[in-house]
Design a protein around this ligand. Structure first.
Ligand SMILES: C=CC1=C(C)c2cc3[nH]c(cc4nc(cc5[nH]c(cc1n2)c(C)c5CCC(=O)O)C(CCC(=O)O)=C4C)c(C)c3C=C
Ligand SMILES: [Fe+2]
Ligand SMILES: [Fe+2]
Length: 364
């Protein structure tokens, strides 16, 4: 049979709404053996590497997969915890926190789950179990605040590919970005403000985002503009002047030009222009992961201090902060509100006013 049918279907099954939270994915273990299949799946995605298929097949299989797994495994081993990869642990905790908020609002009529674009738990398995549980309306929320074809676009591909093989499709909503959503801006600003309250300010605040090849911007990807807009809105919210902050791009891969200015080069150069203390925040990462903990927390710190910098602080990602989960729950409410009946209006009012009060409290 070409199309998969719905298993265990009974007419008595109640229709449900599904909320699928996704992130990039991470290897199963910090080892060369585990990195190889992860990197192979990730770097074979044409949304991530836009190079003619045949050429890329030889480069990937002949060179990259023979060198990179060992190097990446070493980097991952420095951030790995007892619970596994930080990205997986944070995403799991976010899904659990959001699920309990959603349950208070809507009871059992909404199912919340999470999945990864590459590796496990897969998007396909999550959709499978949601549909078997009676989900007929599905909202997919990739935890990428800024749209990029390589991330949000690719997540849509994974959902669409899964649907290609199914007979009974659910109704679908997909959020492709929330880079200028007021509640998101306020959350990141509150995180920075809390850091200032504890540690004081620095000469400059650096907003560092994951880079992409410059070619993708030239070909029309809105990612670069959305990163700059996020920085500008947070800076405005915090009353920062033009010289108080900078937007940079990290995590280059390969030899071609990526979005500039590069985070590492900027940090190596800043001390010579008189900037001796900096704070780095990464608003594009909803969870701390290899790229923030190791690359920003360790590698770039060394560059800055070795170049004559005196004080370097990394401001953590929003992870499972209450503010963050409240904000994501509000985004979900806005998307599924007309799909599902609020079972407890009191809880909804409480959720909205609590979330707002926490953020406003953080501003002053
Ligand atoms: C070929 C290149 C890559 C593009 C384009 C790219 C875009 C991109 N990535 C993220 C978010 C994350 N990337 C992470 C790791 C990571 N990224 C690449 C390559 C590209 N990313 C590689 C090869 C890796 C693996 C690590 C390594 O070997 O260096 C992660 C962390 C995952 C983890 O397990 O902790 C995240 C998150 C965004 C947002 C983005 C485009 C906007
Ligand atoms: Fe990446
Ligand atoms: Fe990196």
């Amino acid at each position: 049979m070409k199309y998969r049918s719905q298993e265990n279907f009974t007419h008595a099954q109640a229709d449900k709404v599904g909320v699928l939270i996704t992130n990039l994915g991470t290897p199963e273990a910090p080892t060369k053996q585990a990195l190889r299949p992860y990197l192979k799946q990730f770097l074979s995605d044409p949304r991530v590497v836009e190079v003619p298929k045949l050429i890329w097949w030889f480069v990937l299989n002949g060179i990259i997969l023979n060198i990179r797994p060992k190097r990446s495994a070493h980097a991952y081993s420095t951030v790995w915890t007892e619970d596994g990869s930080p990205l997986l642990t944070h995403t799991k905790a976010q899904a659990t926190g959001i699920a309990s908020r959603i349950k208070l609002l809507y009871g059992d009529s909404v199912v919340v789950d999470f999945a990864m674009r590459y590796g496990q738990p897969s998007i396909e398995n999550a959709i499978d179990s949601m549909l078997s549980g009676g989900v007929r309306k599905l909202f997919v929320l990739p935890l990428y605040p800024q749209y990029c074809a390589s991330t949000s676009g690719s997540t849509f591909d994974a959902v669409a590919n899964d649907f290609l093989r199914r007979r009974w499709l659910p109704e679908l909503r997909f959020l492709n970005q929330y880079h200028d959503e007021q509640a998101y801006i306020e959350c990141v600003a509150a995180k920075i403000k809390a850091h200032w309250d504890e540690h004081g300010r620095a000469d400059k605040l650096i907003f560092s985002y994951h880079g992409i090849p410059k070619r993708y911007l030239v070909n029309g990807d809105p990612y670069h503009c959305q990163c700059h807009k996020t920085s500008r809105l947070i800076a405005t919210y915090l009353d920062l002047g033009k010289n108080d902050y900078m937007t940079t791009f990290q995590s280059r891969f390969g030899r071609e030009e990526w979005l500039k200015p590069y985070t590492d080069e900027t940090l190596k150069q800043l001390p010579s222009s008189g900037v001796k203390s900096i704070q780095v925040v990464c608003p594009g990462f909803s969870s701390d992961c290899l790229e923030t903990i190791e690359e920003i927390g360790v590698e770039n710190r060394d560059y800055f201090l070795q170049a004559g910098g005196e004080r370097y602080e990394y401001i953590e990602a929003l992870n499972s902060d209450d503010n963050h989960l409240d904000m994501l729950t509000s985004i979900i409410q806005a998307q599924i509100g007309d799909w599902v009946t609020v079972i407890n209006k009191g809880n909804q009012d409480k959720h909205n006013s609590n979330a707002r009060a926490k953020l406003l409290g953080a501003k002053k």
